[in-house]
Design a protein around this ligand. Structure first.
Ligand code: NAI
Length: 410
C-alpha cells in the first residue's frame, strides 16, 4: 500500500469523473486525510448520501477493483470551503477549465501559503490565472499545472463507482514558485505527493518551459474531432452515439494534424524569439499519443491507427443527448468544445499572433466553435477581448507579447 511518511491533508476540488477517481485513489494512501470540496448543484449531498449506503469503488479495465465498504470510506465530501481549505497541505483542482475561476476564487482567501495549488489538469493558461487570483488574495502559494488527467475515466454510478478505462504512461507538469519571494522551500514536494497517489503509472515529468507546455496539452485532440464529425451534420438525430476517438475518420485526422502542424510552426517561430528556451519537442499528435499510451496502442503506424487501436479509448463515445423518442443528438457545447476552445485553442491562437504565424486550421475550428457556443473569440481574423469568465487569453491577464509572457513567470 502506498504511504506518505507523515499525515497529509489532501483537498480535492470537483465532483466529476476525475475527482471521483482521484478521491478513491488518494484516500487509500496511508496517512492521507482526503476531503473533496464540491460546490456544484447538489453533488456534495448526493455523493455523501450514496457513499453512506453503497460505499465507493474505483474499477480498472484490467479487472482490478478498489472497493471501500459503506461506513469505511476513507474520504468525505463537503461544500464547507472555510473550514476545510485552511487545513490543506495540498489542494488539487480537478474540474474542466471553465470552472477553475470558480474554485480559485473560492479557495484563494483561505488556502495557506505553504499549500501548493494544483490544476489537474491545468490546461493552457492555468498558471497565470491561478497566480493572478492567488496574488489578488495576498497568497504566496506554489502553483502546479498537470498537463492532462492521468486516466481516461467515467463515473458509472454517481457518488459510488468510477471506471478507469485507461491510464497514461507519462504526464508532464509545470511548477511555478513566483509568489514565494521569501524562497522558503515547501514543506512537501507536490510532485512527490501526486506521484505517491498515482503509483507506478503515469510517471510525472517536470516541464520547465511554460510556453512549450501550452502546446503539449490535450486541447488539440477534441475540437478537431468534434469539428470534423459535426460540421456538416444534417440535424437528423442518430440511432446511437458514435465512437469518439476510435470513430475519428481521415477528415478528423487531417484537422488534428493541421492543428499540430500549426503549433509546430509557432514553436519554430518561438525558438527564434526566445532562443534560451527549448521548443524542440513540441510533438505531433501521433507522438503525443505514443508517449502517453505506449503499450495500449497496438497499431502504431499512423495517427489514424493509433486512435483506432488505443485500448484506453475503447468505448468512449461522442457527447450526445437523448431525444424523447430514444435517438441521439450531439452535445456541441460539451467540454470538448466549451473547455478546449476558450481554454486551449484561443491561448495557442494568441501566441501565434504574438509571433506572427498564420493559423488557418485553428481559425476555422474556432469560428465553428464560437458559433456553437454563442461567443465571439475571433472577428475579422483578430482575437476579440474576453473577460475572465469567458476564456483564458493571455491578454485578459495583461500578457500582450512573448516578452511579457516570459517575464510573467520570471
Ligand atoms: P467532468 O465533465 O466529469 O466534470 C464535471 C464536473 O465539473 C461536475 O460534476 C461538477 O463537479 C464540476 N462543474 C461543472 N460545472 C460547474 C460549475 N459551473 N461550477 C462548479 N463546478 C462545476 O470532467 P472530468 O471528466 O472530471 O474532467 C476533468 C478535467 O480532466 C477536464 O479538464 C477534462 O478535459 C480533463 N480530462 C478528462 C479525461 C477523462 O477521461 N475524464 C481525460 C483527459 C482529460
Amino acid at each position: 500500500m502506498a504511504r506518505f511518511s507523515e499525515k497529509v491533508n489532501v483537498t480535492i476540488c470537483g465532483g466529476g469523473n476525475g475527482a471521483h477517481t482521484l478521491a478513491g485513489l488518494s484516500s487509500l494512501v496511508e496517512n492521507a486525510n482526503v476531503t473533496v470540496i464540491d460546490v456544484y448543484e447538489d453533488e456534495a449531498e448526493r455523493w455523501t448520501e450514496t457513499m453512506k449506503s453503497m460505499g465507493f469503488t474505483v474499477k480498472f479495465s484490467d479487472g482490478e477493483s478498489l472497493y471501500q465498504k459503506p461506513g469505511e470510506v476513507k474520504f468525505r465530501v463537503s461544500r464547507d470551503v472555510k473550514s476545510v481549505v485552511p487545513k490543506s497541505d495540498i489542494l488539487i483542482i480537478c474540474v474542466p477549465a471553465y470552472t477553475h475561476e470558480t474554485y480559485l476564487n473560492l479557495v484563494s482567501p483561505y488556502v495557506p501559503d505553504a499549500c501548493p495549488v494544483i490544476g489537474m489538469p491545468g490546461q493552457p493558461g492555468f498558471e497565470y490565472q491561478a497566480l493572478t487570483i492567488l496574488k489578488e488574495n495576498d497568497r504566496k502559494c506554489t502553483v502546479m499545472s498537470v498537463e492532462t488527467l492521468p486516466w481516461a475515466c467515467r463515473i458509472s454510478k454517481y457518488g459510488q463507482e468510477v471506471d478507469v478505462v485507461g491510464t497514461k504512461e507519462e504526464v508532464r507538469y509545470t511548477l511555478v514558485e513566483k509568489l514565494r519571494q521569501d524562497k522558503k522551500t515547501l514543506k512537501m514536494d507536490p510532485a512527490s505527493i501526486i506521484q505517491t497517489i498515482l503509483g507506478q503509472k503515469p510517471k510525472l515529468y517536470r516541464e520547465k518551459n511554460i510556453l512549450k507546455y501550452t502546446f503539449l496539452c490535450i486541447p488539440t485532440i477534441h475540437p478537431p474531432i468534434m469539428y470534423a464529425r459535426w460540421r456538416n451534420w444534417d440535424g437528423k438525430p442518430l440511432n446511437a452515439s458514435p465512437l469518439f476517438y476510435q470513430g475519428a475518420d481521415e477528415d478528423a485526422v487531417k484537422y488534428m494534424n493541421g492543428v499540430t502542424d500549426e503549433s509546430i510552426e509557432i514553436a519554430i517561430a518561438l525558438t527564434k524569439k526566445v532562443p534560451d528556451q527549448d521548443f524542440s519537442v513540441v510533438s505531433t499528435m501521433q507522438e503525443w499519443l505514443l508517449d502517453h499510451y505506449t503499450d495500449q496502442i497496438t497499431d502504431k503506424r499512423s495517427l489514424f491507427t493509433c486512435l483506432k487501436t488505443n485500448k484506453a479509448y475503447d468505448g468512449l463515445l461522442h457527447p450526445t443527448t437523448k431525444t424523447s423518442d430514444g435517438k441521439y443528438v450531439p452535445d456541441l457545447t460539451y467540454r470538448y468544445v466549451r473547455e478546449d476552445v476558450p481554454y486551449g485553442l484561443i491561448v495557442i491562437r494568441q501566441i501565434a499572433e504574438m509571433v506572427g504565424v498564420e493559423t488557418p486550421v485553428i481559425d476555422e475550428i474556432i469560428l465553428w466553435a464560437q458559433e456553437k457556443l454563442g461567443k465571439e473569440y475571433l472577428k475579422d481574423g483578430k482575437l476579440c477581448k474576453l473577460d475572465r469568465e469567458n476564456g483564458r487569453l493571455p491578454l485578459t491577464y495583461g500578457i500582450r507579447t512573448i516578452e511579457e509572457f516570459v517575464s510573467f513567470f520570471a
